[in-house]
Write a protein that binds this ligand. Structure first.
Ligand code: FE2
Length: 269
């Protein structure tokens, strides 16, 4: 299930102990755009904490196509540059890339075609999709249409979706059809309730998960202790090699797409 291509590690920095670095592909890090930090100072505090936890790169993924918090791709790119510049000024060693958590809606394909939603790392390759909590719609058509556009869909935190929790076979079908799965780090260690924990752990054991991300909305959920606890949990469920894939190698593959020549991503300021 490790879909990382050989050689992807060369794109990324290594932690001081020589291990590949942690990369977060789902974070509400940008100030004043959604239910994440309200100010640039709060965003910088989050970045400082990420660096303490051992992360080198974070993809900022504000809510997009969400009636409560809609934000444009242009705003995300501009805010990302702003946070990156503030980090550089304050000596915080963290790379911040633009992205989005895009809510499932009928107009999604139109928005992909017209550039009104942002992919992870702005690469045009990976789309992080938020499903409704209460139901599990058929996603075959959307998946096929995205595949035609060479876009890989990623389901954000399926452990919260009631339909998937009741019928995990739906998640297996999507994985077989080429969807990737991201679960929330906190769900694994029980901070999001027992049902989410049970589902997240089951998905990891079944080999249905490709990415573990924080989905952080502020500094408090991030800490070196929690980061270590999450890695220990994955390691116990599926082995250390798998923990490495879910926290480092697979996220690195997504980031590497944003550095390819076809990527629309702008260089961090
Ligand atoms: Fe999120």
């Amino acid at each position: 299930m490790d879909w990382r291509q050989p050689g992807s590690e060369r794109f990324h920095g290594r932690s001081p102990r020589g291990r590949a670095a942690l990369i977060d592909v789902h974070s509400h890090l940008l100030p004043g755009v959604d239910d994440g930090p309200r100010t640039l100072d709060e965003a910088c505090e989050m970045c400082r904490t990420y660096a303490k936890c051992g992360y080198t790169t974070v993809i900022a993924t504000p809510h997009m196509s969400n009636p409560a918090f809609d934000v444009s791709p242009e705003d995300v790119r501009a805010r990302t540059r702003e946070v990156q510049a503030a980090c550089a000024q304050q000596g915080v060693e963290l790379e911040v890339l633009p992205g989005a958590e895009v809510r499932l809606e009928p107009a999604m394909l139109d928005k992909v075609d017209s550039g009104r939603v942002l992919s992870l790392g702005d690469s045009g390759r990976y789309l992080l999709i938020e499903l409704p909590r209460q139901m599990m719609p058929r996603l075959d058509y959307l998946g096929a249409q995205l595949a035609e556009r060479r876009v890989t869909p990623i389901i954000a935190h399926p452990e919260r979706n009631i339909g998937i929790r009741r019928c995990p076979g739906r998640l297996s079908e999507l994985v077989e059809a080429g969807w990737l799965v991201q679960i929330t780090a906190g769900a694994l260690i029980g901070t999001l309730g027992s049902r989410s924990m049970k589902a997240a752990r089951f998905f990891v054991k079944q080999g249905l998960v490709h990415l573990v991300a924080t989905d952080a909305h502020g500094t408090p959920p991030l800490s070196p202790d929690r980061t270590r606890a999450v890695e220990r949990c994955i390691s116990m469920l599926a082995g250390q090699q798998r923990a490495d894939a879910l926290l480092r190698k697979n996220p690195a593959q997504i980031v590497s797409a944003s550095r390819s020549p076809e990527s629309k991503a702008t260089a961090p300021a």
